[in-house]
Design a protein around this ligand. Structure first.
Ligand SMILES: Nc1ncnc2c1ncn2[C@@H]1O[C@H](COP(=O)(O)OS(=O)(=O)O)[C@@H](OP(=O)(O)O)[C@H]1O
Ligand SMILES: Nc1ncnc2c1ncn2[C@@H]1O[C@H](COP(=O)(O)OP(=O)(O)O)[C@@H](O)[C@H]1O
Length: 200
């Protein structure tokens, strides 16, 4: 670990609150966690469309996409997943500081890593949404054919098959995508978010 004692924080004049006031809403992270195929990306995307219509400033950080760039050097070991989540949480925090609502969609299978992300952002700026869906349903959907490959042994450490997923024990919201349509999930999240968007 580098010694950072020679690095001092530079306090900028335009604050997060200034930016939130200019945007007319608060900024925070909505953290979607769940198995591959549970619907994280689909719901985040549909939610973003609705928030965009309402002139809420948003940005999506999707695990698959971030792994094409910033996190392209990371794989799927416990250690790499932890680092993946750590970096994504740090980036999300920067975007929250910019006054923007961040929609994060990552499997984030380990409770400890999600808790670290919550600690970094704080309870007022981190809302965990558990995208609940039985493994059998995710596997049936298999939108990218990954479960098939994992069952055939072509993908090691695949979440739900050969790597564990620790379900959230106290999420801010749970949406069961085996029971709700995409529209119903979005409506549920929007009504949860309404009260959190307002600047007091
Ligand atoms: N071994 C293994 N396990 C799980 N997922 C795998 C794996 N290999 C590739 N993929 C694809 O990578 C996407 C998951 O990336 P994440 O960054 O969300 O994963 S994690 O949070 O670090 O666990 C995941 O995306 P989603 O299907 O959108 O969840 C998969 O498309
Ligand atoms: N009720 C539902 N909610 C969300 N996705 C659904 C639902 N029913 C079917 N699907 C489909 O399941 C798949 C979910 O894939 P995706 O959103 O990529 O999941 P994840 O990002 O969690 O891996 C999509 O093909 C989507 O169309």
């Amino acid at each position: 670990m580098e010694n950072n004692s020679n690095i001092k924080w530079y306090k900028q004049s335009v604050t997060k609150l200034d930016r939130q006031k200019a945007n007319n809403h608060k900024s925070f992270v909505i953290w979607f966690t769940g198995l591959s195929g549970s619907g994280k990306s689909t719901i985040a995307n549909a939610l973003e469309i609705e928030l965009f219509k309402r002139e809420v400033k948003t940005f999506c950080l999707d695990g698959d996409n971030v792994r094409h760039g910033l996190n392209k050097n990371l794989g799927f070991s416990d250690e790499d997943r932890r680092e993946n989540i750590r970096r994504i949480a740090e980036v999300a925090k920067l975007i929250v500081d910019a006054g923007v609502v961040v929609l994060v969609s990552v499997i984030s299978p380990f409770s400890e890593d999600r808790n670290e992300a919550r600690k970094l952002l704080g309870n007022d700026e981190f809302f965990e949404v558990f995208v609940k869906c039985p493994l059998e349903v995710c596997e049936k959907r298999d939108p990218k054919g990954l479960y098939k490959k994992a069952r055939a042994g072509h993908i090691k450490q695949f979440t739900g098959i050969s790597q564990r997923y620790e379900q959230p024990t106290n999420p801010d919201l749970t949406i069961d995508t085996s029971k709700l349509t995409v529209n119903e999930s979005v409506t549920t999240i929007l009504s949860f978010l309404n009260k959190h968007l307002e600047i007091n």
